[in-house]
Design a protein around this ligand. Structure first.
Ligand SMILES: NC(=O)C1=CN([C@@H]2O[C@H](COP(=O)(O)OP(=O)(O)OC[C@H]3O[C@@H](n4cnc5c(N)ncnc54)[C@H](O)[C@@H]3O)[C@@H](O)[C@H]2O)C=CC1
Ligand SMILES: O=C(O)[C@@H]1CCC=N1
Length: 279
């Protein structure tokens, strides 16, 4: 796994505004790969320690050093409440990286008009093991150096995909940001189905998880498309085909997942609206 160069790639200072499930996973991975902990400050209302060497404060304090990367990692609905305390500290030397679902760059720009650069990043939880997906979008005209720094930071977390069209950001969020939750549900459903048909629940859980892991890893290391791999499992006249016939019914898995992803995507607009409140 490529990691950012010790000095060129890691930000001179990294300020996390919020450090819950998602930012916590990102930070843990970065620290594991060598991000110097003393460069990191976390703002969190609880003041609870995050990791050895990382400074934790309950309120953001300025001034920020030039070149500070500020990562917004609280809930989108909190933007209106958090922005006023932060906006005066964000200047032309600050890079703002937002992982807030649904919140458009224009909304961030109106909250932080002085920011040197504004990027959106949509990671997912497997970043913790370097197997995440991060979708990135930068405001037009972003300096190359900022692009490269964000790219390197996120590449340390797994796959990186840049979007040119921000209108697709909610779709990318639904697919990859929310995606792990959908996959976890599938694993659970597979396991439950096995248990309902008589397997011991703990055995079914182990088998479902290992099957998902093996299937995903083999698909990732194969040139064959997943749809064709499914057919390769199905022996002619055998058992798999009977199962696939159910999944492939007109109202089977594909339309279900399409509705799932669409519902998640459409929630982005509501989060964008909520982020406008209390401004
Ligand atoms: N959980 C996930 O898989 C993903 C989450 N995201 C985004 O990450 C952001 C955080 O989500 P989670 O980590 O899941 O939520 P979380 O609830 O685990 O973390 C949010 C954190 O923000 C902190 N916070 C609240 N008010 C604050 C304030 N005034 N100043 C500083 N920190 C404050 C809370 O103490 C909490 O630790 C959201 O905007 C979400 O859209 C993005 C991609 C995936
Ligand atoms: O549920 C959410 O809104 C965030 C965005 C992607 C994953 N969690």
């Amino acid at each position: 796994m490529a990691k950012p160069d010790a000095d060129a790639g890691w930000p001179a200072r990294l300020l996390l505004i919020g450090c819950g499930n998602m930012a916590g996973a990102m930070l843990a991975r970065w620290l594991e790969l060598g991000l110097p902990a003393e460069r990191v400050t976390v703002v969190r209302p609880s003041g609870r320690p995050v990791a050895p060497g990382v400074t934790v404060v309950t309120q953001v304090e300025g001034p920020l050093e030039p070149g500070t990367v500020v990562m917004l990692a609280f809930k989108p609905q909190q933007l209106g409440a958090v922005a006023p305390g932060l906006t005066g500290l964000i200047g032309p030397e600050t890079v703002l990286l937002s992982i807030l679902a649904g919140v458009p760059a224009a909304r961030l720009r109106s909250a932080f008009p002085q920011a040197g650069a504004i990027l959106r990043c949509m990671p997912n939880l497997p970043v913790r093991i370097g197997k995440g997906v991060s979708t990135l979008y930068g405001e037009p005209g972003m300096p190359d150096g900022v692009w490269a720094q964000a790219d390197a930071l996120c590449r340390a977390l797994g796959l990186v995909e840049w979007l040119e069209d921000e209108a697709l950001f909610d779709t990318a969020t639904a697919l990859a940001g929310c995606g792990p939750a959908f996959v976890y549900r599938f694993i659970d459903a597979l396991s439950t189905a096995g248990a309902e048909l008589g397997l011991a629940p703990d055995m079914a859980a182990r088998m479902a998880l290992a099957t998902m892991e093996g299937a995903a890893l083999s698909a990732a290391s194969s040139d064959v498309a997943p749809a064709a791999m499914a057919d390769a499992v199905a022996s002619k006249g055998g058992m798999t085909r009977e199962g696939l016939n159910v999944l492939d019914e007109e109202d089977g898995l594909a339309p279900l997942i399409a509705r799932t992803v669409r519902a998640a995507r459409d929630r982005g607009a509501a989060l964008a609206a909520a982020s406008q409140q209390a401004d």
